[in-house]
Write a protein that binds this ligand. Structure first.
Ligand code: GLA
Length: 378
């Protein structure tokens, strides 16, 4: 008995090293249940830019930088324990500085579009940058994806995490109010990535924070064979500039019906649009965090991602705007449909649509929202 116990412990330790190593492309061995920090470059006048590596006890490695609160890498085992990096991104800060598709970022102050960059609160008119044709997109010229957050890592008995903070000053990018924001990434040992957002403001302001990771659960190729379910029976119809017309249309009989599982490529062309593909907000049928909002399965690797959220909608985007001009990690050229985004959120342009759920945060209130990405492989 005495001899067996140390042997079992040794084997368990050895097993976890093998499993862990199989999901570590960097060659550096980091203990499960730990967070490490390394420099990711410098930006004039800004706090230090670092890259944090979070490793849980179940074979997942997540990398996050405090530049734009961005997830730069997510290493996930497949059904046979084989590892792949399932998010698009760059190896260096320079990549993020010179390219602008919001890879892995938290976008805001208002994620998605505000028509012509204009809105009104309590009779006051506000004008924001028109940085997407005539519209305002993802917080403007220097949104939260392009600022340096302060960050503090933590570990608990069954999770590893990073808490990030940013103060967006009154008038920044044209938005009203000093907005104090905290975003917490928690990677649990049961393979949930919990993203908790908290904010307060001293003036009424629109707020719509979301996570803009581009996922490809195969780690290569395109996402047309990924199988998708979205618990949504209506989507917001948009005009040619992707601003909602106000109509909530039934998905039944349209390419937007993912109420039963369907390969993303099946009706992709039928979506039309320029460029062709999904870039739509789906109104969720779910009633909160405990209801499954979205499930994506990559059939070959078996990697599965489930999304749970308390937000009213999700923007499903098939990276239609990637056109082969960006080369990312591992020398991979990013083209249309290389990845998919599931941006849990309030409906686009809601400040100009009184019928949509309100995204206005008032002084004295606290903005609190959570989205969970849950990973498995079968
Ligand atoms: C969101 C938008 C898209 C596009 C991407 C970033 O998903 O809805 O239209 O702007 O962000 O390129």
């Amino acid at each position: 008995m005495k001899k067996i116990i140390p042997l079992v412990i040794l084997l368990m330790g050895f097993g976890s090293i093998i499993f862990f190593s199989s999901c570590n492309k960097t060659g550096t061995v980091q203990a499960p249940g730990s967070v490490t920090k390394q420099s990711f470059g410098t930006l004039p006048g800004a706090p230090e830019v670092n890259l944090y590596t979070l490793v849980n006890h179940s074979g997942i490695t997540l990398k996050v930088t405090n530049y734009g609160c961005r997830i730069t890498s997510l290493l996930l085992p497949d059904k046979n324990g084989k590892c792949a990096d399932v998010v698009l991104g760059f190896d260096s800060l320079a990549g993020y500085l010179s390219n602008n598709p919001y890879f892995g970022a938290v976008v805001g102050r208002y994620g998605n579009r505000i028509a012509k960059g204009k809105f009104e609160i309590d009779g006051n008119q506000y004008t924001l940058a028109q940085n997407n044709g005539v519209n305002h997109l993802h917080g403007g010229l220097k949104g939260f994806d392009k600022v340096v957050w302060t960050a503090e890592d933590f570990t608990t008995a069954n999770s590893v995490g990073l808490k990030l903070h940013y103060l967006s000053k009154d008038g920044e990018e044209g938005y009203p109010g000093n907005l104090n924001i905290e975003v917490t990434y928690t990677l649990t040992d049961d393979n949930q990535l919990i993203i908790a957002y908290k904010a307060t403001s001293d003036k009424a302001t629109p707020i719509n924070l979301t996570q803009h990771s581009y996922f490809n659960l195969a780690g290569a190729g395109d996402i047309k064979a990924h199988e998708l379910m979205i618990a949504s029976s209506k989507y917001t119809v948009v005009d040619s500039t992707l601003i909602p017309t106000g109509e909530l249309r039934d998905v039944k009989g349209t390419p937007y019906d993912f109420t039963t599982v369907k390969a993303i490529g099946k009706d992709l062309i039928a979506t039309g649009g320029i460029p062709i593909g999904y870039d739509h907000n789906f109104m969720l049928n779910t009633k909160g965090l405990s209801d499954l909002a979205v499930r994506v399965v990559e059939p070959v690797s078996g990697r599965t991602m489930e999304v749970y959220t308390d937000q009213p909608g999700v923007q499903f985007y098939t990276s239609n705007f990637l056109d082969g001009t960006i080369t990312g990690k591992y020398g991979r050229v990013y083209t249309q449909y290389s990845a998919l985004c599931l941006e849990t959120q309030h409906f686009p342009d809601s400040p100009n649509h009184p019928a949509f759920p309100t995204a206005i945060l008032k002084p004295g209130e606290t903005y609190l929202t959570t989205t969970i990405f849950k990973f498995s492989a079968k």
